[in-house]
Design a protein around this ligand. Structure first.
Ligand SMILES: NC(=O)c1ccc[n+]([C@@H]2O[C@H](COP(=O)([O-])OP(=O)(O)OC[C@H]3O[C@@H](n4cnc5c(N)ncnc54)[C@H](O)[C@@H]3O)[C@@H](O)[C@H]2O)c1
Length: 320
């Protein structure tokens, strides 16, 4: 099939591109390289068409979607860090940019896979989080909720167009980690802690570190994405794509210190020091993965220790 991956030079997107090539698809990537990196595509580049442009350019988006069978829309200003630092441009990318992609899919009858996020659930305390659960968000005066809100608009738009015939599915990723995560990027906790441990710096853990996340190895993230996009049973549905094992950030930091034989200690810093006044974090975030398992036959099988070992190997070979 001919596929378009927006954000294909990014962390998840580039792994997806590698896998799509292994599956012998014809791949086009659209990425403005704002947080992506051509080095992520070093293996793929000879075999893909790479277009450096923005999803905010409707003409380019339209031209690339025309004749495409499946569009994987991953391009976004990603993560809470970016939204807090650059709220306006992030919101515009994540709403107008996504609208350009979704509407081009409608015009050209391309199938759409929309990458969304566990941030959708906001600070809901209901665990595990199921796809049809309520969203619980803070005030609009707190910038972080803009990411959740923008992604929710994208989901609503895709779901509304689905009622008019758009073939689409939505995946909500839960804390993906793995090779190519950039610690200078939007602040993945795994990348940051690993860099600090290897550089002999204190590992900075926000808050008291008892907050938990469900870390999902990138190969699993990509596998869930492919199944949601290509399995006809996934059409019209939203899927949580994640591992459902909870790990506290303190435990994650301890694992990374042990694996890297680091002499670093663990330092707790306030959210306020990192993100400014009024920042709200979520204490736990566990996906209910039954729908992805039952319908797509998907499970995020990679244990954290194994995924971290792969990530560390990659880190050591690329950061010497
Ligand atoms: N990494 C995670 O744990 C996680 C969790 C939830 C959701 N997501 C979603 O997954 C997708 C991929 O995220 P990622 O973690 O790979 O981050 P990433 O920053 O590595 O990838 C995003 C890519 O989009 C590109 N991009 C940004 N703005 C663009 C624009 N205007 N036009 C064209 N390209 C643009 C960037 O250059 C980058 O290559 C995003 O939609 C994100 O919201 C990721």
């Amino acid at each position: 099939m001919r596929v378009l991956v927006t954000g294909g030079a990014g962390y998840i997107g580039s792994h997806l591109v590698d896998r799509l090539l292994e599956l012998h698809h014809d791949v086009v990537v659209l990425d403005d390289l704002s947080t992506g990196n051509l080095a992520n595509l070093h293996r793929a580049l000879p075999n893909i068409r790479f277009v450096k442009d923005t999803i905010l350019n409707p003409d380019v988006v339209d031209e690339l979607v025309a004749g495409t069978d499946v569009v994987f829309h991953l391009a976004a200003a990603v993560g809470v860090g970016h939204i807090v630092e650059k709220p306006l441009s992030s919101l515009i990318t994540n709403t107008k940019g996504a609208e350009n992609v979704i509407e081009a899919c409608v015009r050209h009858e391309a199938r759409l896979l929309l990458a969304s996020t566990s941030e959708i659930y906001g600070k809901s305390a209901k665990m595990p989080m199921s796809e049809d659960d309520d969203r619980v968000l803070g005030s609009t005066t707190i910038a972080r909720w803009g990411y959740s809100t923008a992604k929710a608009i994208d989901e609503h738009l895709a779901l509304a167009y689905a009622e008019q015939g758009l073939r689409m599915s939505i995946v909500r990723y839960f804390n993906s980690y793995g090779p190519r995560l950039d610690p200078r990027g939007y602040g993945s906790v795994v990348a940051n802690l690993m860099r600090q441990a290897l550089d002999g710096e204190p590992l900075t853990v926000h808050g008291d570190g008892t907050q938990t996340r469900c870390f999902t190895f990138v190969n699993d993230t990509v596998e869930g994405t492919l199944r949601a996009a290509f399995d006809p049973r996934g059409e019209g549905l939203v899927f949580n794509i994640g591992n459902d094992t909870e790990t506290s950030i303190n435990d994650l930091a301890r694992m990374i210190v042990a694996m890297t034989n680091s002499t670093s200690n663990i330092q707790h810093v306030s959210y306020e020091a990192r993100y400014g006044k009024g920042f709200e974090d979520t204490k736990r975030r566990i996906p209910d993965v039954r729908r992805a398992t039952d319908i797509l036959g998907f499970t995020a099988a990679t244990p954290l220790q194994a995924g971290l070992t792969h990530t560390l190997q990659w880190w050591r070979t690329t950061h010497q």
